[in-house]
Design a protein around this ligand. Structure first.
Ligand SMILES: *Cc1c(COP(=O)(O)O)cnc(C)c1O
Length: 486
């Protein structure tokens, strides 16, 4: 990865370390990649041997609250900072706690891939997205007008990143796909200056879905990578890398870490991605290249504390997504039959136009080992439109008792949002129209409460539309606000 000249001592250490690296890879290929999903999610690469060798035998991966590591000698330091031997140098670059999270994320997102996968974690999902796309949007030849092709139905923050930060600030064209189910629209937008294709599967909040296999084939036909934001599905329900996509980004903040202690993101890539950008090392192991070079220089690193908090939630991802998806299905069916609801957007509903397509992709991992058949699950995010005005929508929203009003999702607690006035307010009316975000739309992420109680809360709130408001305690204003920006 470097053209540096190393001392004989550093090179000697590199030779010794090579055996360690090979043994680790053998352990991944011969042992860990043969486990079922739940076993991988629970243990990752943290074994008894690893615990006794490095961590005083601790059963749970330790939180390494240390800014840097010490070295035995000048040779060791030189080899470490030259990336010749496994080491973590400095917590902006790497850290053992991050390593354990990254190993688990690479393994569960790569579950079902023949080859190895790698992960780099970030301080947020947005940092993961920016770090995944920017390497393809640099090294512009003189006069070359770069573009990327991405669905317009994306998370509000991603919309801003593409429209404001990339397009407006840097002049990189975002070719926006309006109907992502139309392969011709994708094809028409790609040309010699396109650097990648990008899509969210399913999209937040609109539940847009596209034929990943077809779009990935199109990307590869043009020599460019397919990047997928798979936050809403999580690797328990969909694993784009196993279907040939090159890079997956995750907001680990969301369903992956449902307890909601903090923000985190991840980028996972397969080996030898398809790309027309020629930078040494980038193609072979994209996630590792991002971690050790642009990651080191830009500093979007995750904290060790948050890494282990997130990791702890990920262990129970599959049973959690199973249960939450089944509750969401019940809630969606209830809303569909409610007279005050105009429409429900949930991929699990049979009359959803994208149901057949989603059925092909959204499957509870390893469900065939439980029941003998592959079971479809569609996640716990849904959206619906109140039958009425934007004011009626606010009335309903204000009347919710148990369900939280917050701009969050993936929580073990049910959370509702009005996207037009929150997550998708910045993109303006035109941007919302394009992304099909109506002013009466409510996004609901169904939590781990009993579905009967969630349904009861929705029902009483829908019944209160047009009635006088419930009396609530006067709000206090939290510290550290963004009032100066508003
Ligand atoms: C929340 C979210 C993001 C951004 O993640 P943060 O962790 O909030 O930075 C990206 N994509 C999707 C689909 C999301 O829901």
């Amino acid at each position: 990865m470097s053209r540096q000249k190393f001392s004989p001592g550093a090179l000697r250490l590199a030779k010794i370390a090579k055996k360690d690296i090979e043994a680790r890879e053998r352990y991944v290929r011969d042992v860990v990649k043969r486990w079922k999903f739940d076993t991988v999610a629970v243990h990752g690469l943290y074994s008894v041997e690893e615990a006794l060798r490095f961590n005083q035998g601790a059963v749970v991966e330790p939180i390494f609250m240390s800014s840097s590591q010490g070295y035995y000698s000048a040779d060791h330091m030189e080899a470490g900072l030259g990336y010749l031997v496994p080491n973590w140098c400095y917590s902006r670059i790497a850290n053992p706690s991050l390593y354990y999270l990254e190993a688990t994320m690479a393994l569960i997102e790569g579950y079902g891939c023949d080859d190895l996968t790698d992960c780099c974690t970030f301080s947020s999902g947005m940092a993961a997205i920016v770090s995944a796309i920017e390497p393809f949007l640099t090294r512009r030849e003189c006069g070359e007008k770069l573009n990327f092709v991405a669905t317009c139905q994306v998370y509000g923050g991603t919309f801003q990143q593409f429209a404001e930060r990339q397009q407006k600030d840097k002049g990189i064209e975002w070719r926006c796909i309006i109907d992502s189910t139309d392969p011709d629209e994708w094809r028409r937008n790609i040309d010699g200056n396109t650097r990648f294709l990008y899509g969210e599967l399913p999209s937040n909040p609109g539940q847009a879905f596209f034929d990943l296999d077809a779009v990935t084939a199109l990307a590869h036909e043009h020599g460019i990578p397919m990047i997928v934001d798979s936050t809403v599905a999580t690797p328990a329900l969909l694993r784009p890398l196993a279907r040939g996509a090159d890079i997956v980004v995750q907001s680990v903040t969301k369903s992956l870490a449902s307890s909601g202690f903090g923000i985190a993101g991840a980028l996972i890539s397969r080996r030898n991605i398809v790309t027309n950008v020629r930078v040494p090392g980038m193609k072979e192991n994209f996630a590792q290249w991002v971690k050790f070079l642009p990651g080191r220089d830009n500093g979007p690193n995750l904290s060790p504390m948050q890494a282990i908090l997130s990791l702890n939630d990920i262990r129970t991802l599959r049973p959690r997504m199973d249960r939450l998806s089944r509750s969401a299905q019940r809630v969606a069916e209830f809303l569909e039959s409610h007279p005050r609801v105009a429409s429900v957007n949930y991929l699990g509903l049979k009359d959803n136009p994208l149901h057949a397509l989603a059925r092909k992709y959204m499957v509870l991992v390893d469900s065939e080992h439980d029941t003998g058949t592959k079971e479809n699950r569609y996640g716990h995010l849904l959206s619906f439109c109140v039958d009425g005005s934007p004011k009626d929508t606010r009335d309903f929203f204000d009347a919710l008792d148990r369900i939280w009003r917050a701009t969050d999702l993936g929580r073990i607690k049910s959370v509702a949002t009005i996207p037009a006035i929150s997550t998708h307010s910045q993109q303006g009316e035109e941007g919302r129209k394009m992304a099909k975000i109506q002013p009466t739309m409510v996004r609901l992420c169904v939590g781990g409460e009993h579905p009967d109680d969630i349904i009861a809360d929705l029902d009483q709130a829908l019944r209160r539309i047009g009635s006088p408001k419930k009396k609530r305690a006067f709000p206090t204003f939290a510290a550290g606000g963004g009032a100066a920006l508003a």
